[in-house]
Design a protein around this ligand. Structure first.
Ligand code: GDP
Ligand code: ZN
Length: 460
């Protein structure tokens, strides 16, 4: 098992990877200041006061070459995010420069931080508790205003109170069980068994309501995974460019460290879309002869929503038909693009053939794109309850534990039905109480904590 006290020096890029005004490389740990000082020229960071910013240059010690003009901020423990020494280098945005600086820091002896490791240290070093950490993560990861709203609601304790109330209900019943066991003169077993079964049923129905919100919550949190597919030249890149215009793109994020895993998030009328494999879309362009079907297939697997582009000014090609078939079980929109060049295929005809949503557009002339966005929004919300003031479960850890508690309570009901002795049924009843406690962080084994923090983005 991984131990929770690791105090080596860690470093990571803490801003979204991509082109931006600035990027920040954060280094935390005992040697943070010493390590950065080796590559920073401008001030002796080992001598500067805490919480101060210094202008200077990053210089590669091996070559003597200047890498970037930067600002270095020094935070000395304990009043820092991690409660350790931290140095943040604000450099010019851009993947190459930022990565280069990170590599230099690693070469000086820092270790690449695991996802969420900075926040984990804040937790391990006692600065924040587990529930705060989880809400912080959700707020960081919120892709739209709605998602952020849900996360803030959670930080304020909506779900926590709900779970605590359910635990209290179980605890009250358990207290009664104990009382009844202490007064065995009447038929205690039957009374307590009924009480446990009743409470179990009641809590199960509350859990069910929460679990219902989980799917929507997950999509709100992670974005609707969306694949843009289609033959070369149908307009995929054009659509991607339209969707990622600056007013729509929310955040770019990385799961790994390489460019290949770049994911882009856009907000379409408030609906968060996580665009899958956008690097792949660009790549197929480089070699037009390389038909994108195989690549599309991989993206399709992960997709909650498929935007299938077809050149509507041409007759349907065999490749189009292959893609129509490959996506038929998905939530999808077929987009007949190049409307401005005339239409060889009509919307109605294709609707009838495929049974799916079809729309014709001219991405070039920005025709019908607003309607396309409406359609995406409609598909997203289809089958989802309007949940404005509802407490929502937005995270898989929480929904997993709710499901486990539900199973335990169902076992209690079953045991009581089967006339199994009360003290046996009580084991699952106690179990459900413990399981719900894990949600609120009242019991937090190492393993849980490691899992939780591993869900964070790199650099957080
Ligand atoms: P991709 O290969 O699927 O990514 O297609 P691109 O987005 O690169 O577009 C291929 C070509 O079609 C480019 O020259 C675009 O300008 C053009 N194009 C994209 N959408 C339209 C459209 O709606 N009408 C017309 N006439 N051309 C378009
Ligand atoms: Zn393209």
């Amino acid at each position: 098992a991984q131990t929770l006290t690791e105090f080596d020096t860690i470093s990571a890029i803490s801003t979204p990877i991509g082109e931006g005004g600035i990027s920040i490389v954060r280094t935390s740990g005992e040697d943070a200041i010493k390590i950065v000082n080796e590559i920073f020229k401008g001030a002796d960071l080992s001598k500067v006061p805490t919480h101060t910013v210094h202008y200077g240059h990053i210089v590669d010690p091996a070559t003597g070459k200047t890498i970037d003009e930067v600002m270095a901020t020094v935070f000395r423990a304990p009043k820092t995010f991690t409660r350790e020494d931290i140095v943040e280098i604000s450099c010019h945005g851009g993947i190459v420069v930022t990565n280069h600086i990170l590599q230099l820091i690693l070469a000086q002896g820092a270790r690449m931080a695991d996802p969420g490791e900075f926040t984990k240290r804040a937790f391990v070093n006692g600065r924040i508790d587990l529930t705060q950490a989880e809400s912080v993560m959700d707020i960081i990861r919120a892709k739209t205003d709605k998602a952020r709203q849900v996360a803030v609601g959670q930080l304020e304790g909506g779900l926590m109170h709900k779970v605590k109330a359910m635990r209290q209900e179980i605890l009250d019943t358990l207290a009664n069980v104990e009382v009844n066991i202490d007064y065995p003169e009447y038929d205690a077993d039957q009374v307590t068994a009924k009480q446990m079964a009743d409470t179990s049923k009641d809590v199960i129905s509350q859990i069910d309501k929460l679990l219902k919100t989980a799917q929507e919550g997950t999509i709100l949190r992670n974005g609707l995974a969306t694949a843009i597919v289609g033959q070369p030249n149908v307009g995929k890149s054009s659509l991607l460019n339209y969707l990622t215009q600056s007013d729509k793109a929310i955040v770019t994020d990385v799961a790994g460290t390489t460019r290949d895993t770049l994911e882009e998030y856009v907000s379409v009328k408030g609906v968060p879309l996580k665009l899958i494999d956008t690097a792949g879309i660009h790549k197929t362009d480089d070699k037009v002869e390389q038909i994108g079907v195989e690549r599309s297939q991989a993206a399709l697997k992960k997709a909650d929503l498929v935007l299938l582009l077809i050149d509507g000014s041409q007759a349907l090609s065999d490749e189009d038909k292959v893609l129509i078939k490959a996506t038929q079980d998905k939530k999808r929109i077929i987009i007949l693009n190049k409307l401005d060049l005339g239409q060889k295929i009509t919307v109605d005809e294709l609707k009838e053939k495929t049974g799916s949503e079809v729309i014709s557009t001219s991405i070039l002339q920005e025709k019908n794109l607003d309607e396309l966005e409406d359609l995406i929004k409609k598909l997203f919300f289809s089958g989802i309850e309007n949940s404005n003031d509802q407490i929502m479960v937005t995270n898989q850890r929480q929904s997993g534990l709710l499901a486990k508690a539900k199973r335990e309570l169902e076992d209690v009901v079953q045991a009581v039905n089967d006339d199994i002795p009360v003290d046996i049924a009580q084991i699952d009843f106690n179990g459900a109480w413990d399981t719900l406690g894990e949600i609120t962080g009242d019991s937090a084994p190492d393993e849980l904590i490691n899992t939780l923090f591993s869900q964070f983005c790199l650099g957080k």
